[in-house]
Design a protein around this ligand. Structure first.
Ligand SMILES: NC(=O)c1ccc[n+]([C@@H]2O[C@H](COP(=O)([O-])OP(=O)(O)OC[C@H]3O[C@@H](n4cnc5c(N)ncnc54)[C@H](OP(=O)(O)O)[C@@H]3O)[C@@H](O)[C@H]2O)c1
Length: 223
């Protein structure tokens, strides 16, 4: 399964890229608005893996080219820009039977901490679905995983991630993919209508890390 990580040059993109590269054999392409930046970051991730004896080719491409060839497109892009990015992909006519996966969460910070601020449609995952062509499947996943913890391959994850999608087969595909990451247990949280509940956990875990000195990169594990 070809995985494209758009905005894979950023924090969660790096974490997901190195984990998928280390733990699976799926071909991975890093996408960026700037092709040269994507190629440079992909090569940096390859070097990080090579230092650990992991020999992986990671491609870099402009976002549209990365998405065009992918089966699964992870939108590792800030929440306020993910809708426009999806529309640009649709305008470039590169979206057809891919599964789009959104890890994005709308949040606003103040002196107290981070607060959940979903778009008016309800959640970023639903916003992605609304702005994608009708035939393109959308799922939400990876919202509650801290980028630094993912990117640190010396850390055992031991975390859950919650997957939402309207189409059961699509949800199953993303659950299986996420479960391939060592230390991640992917759990279904139902259809996209439940995405807001999933996304809203992200500011909670970040606030817990902020107010508890001995906790960093907090995640969730459901028992
Ligand atoms: N960081 C975390 O721990 C974490 C955890 C879970 C979920 N998330 C979610 O994952 C998403 C990405 O988070 P992040 O922390 O990785 O963000 P980030 O590092 O700030 O940005 C990720 C990438 O987004 C691209 N980007 C920036 N502005 C853009 C625009 N106007 N249009 C299109 N692309 C743009 C950039 O790539 P190029 O410049 O290369 O195009 C950037 O490298 C967010 O929605 C966040 O809510 C983050």
């Amino acid at each position: 399964m070809q995985i494209a990580i758009l905005g894979g040059t950023g924090d969660i993109g790096e974490g997901l890229a190195v984990r998928f590269a280390a733990d699976t054999t799926h071909p991975i392409t890093i996408g960026s608005r700037d092709e040269a930046k994507a190629v440079e970051r992909a090569s940096a991730y390859e070097s990080r893996l090579a230092e650990r004896g992991i020999d992986r080719d990671i491609a870099g491409a402009a976002n549209a080219a990365a998405a065009a060839d992918a089966d699964v497109v992870i939108l590792a892009i800030p929440p306020h820009h993910v809708g426009d990015t999806v529309e640009a992909l649709a305008d470039a006519d590169v979206l057809s039977d891919q599964v789009l996966v959104s890890p994005a969460v709308g949040m606003q910070g103040d002196g107290d901490g981070l607060h959940y601020r979903p778009p008016s449609i309800g959640s970023v995952s639903e916003l992605v679905a609304a702005r994608a062509p009708e035939e393109v499947s959308v799922a939400g996943a990876f919202h509650n995983l801290a980028a630094d913890r993912l990117a640190d391959l010396d850390t055992d994850l031991d975390l859950d991630t919650l997957v939402v999608a309207d189409d059961e087969a699509v949800r199953e595909t993303v659950l299986e993919l996420a479960n391939e990451l060592e230390g991640i247990r992917a759990l279904s949280a139902g259809p996209l209508a439940n995405a807001a509940e999933v996304e809203s956990v992200t500011p909670l875990v970040i606030n817990i890390a902020r107010y508890n000195d001995d906790l960093h990169d907090v995640g969730v594990r459901f028992h």
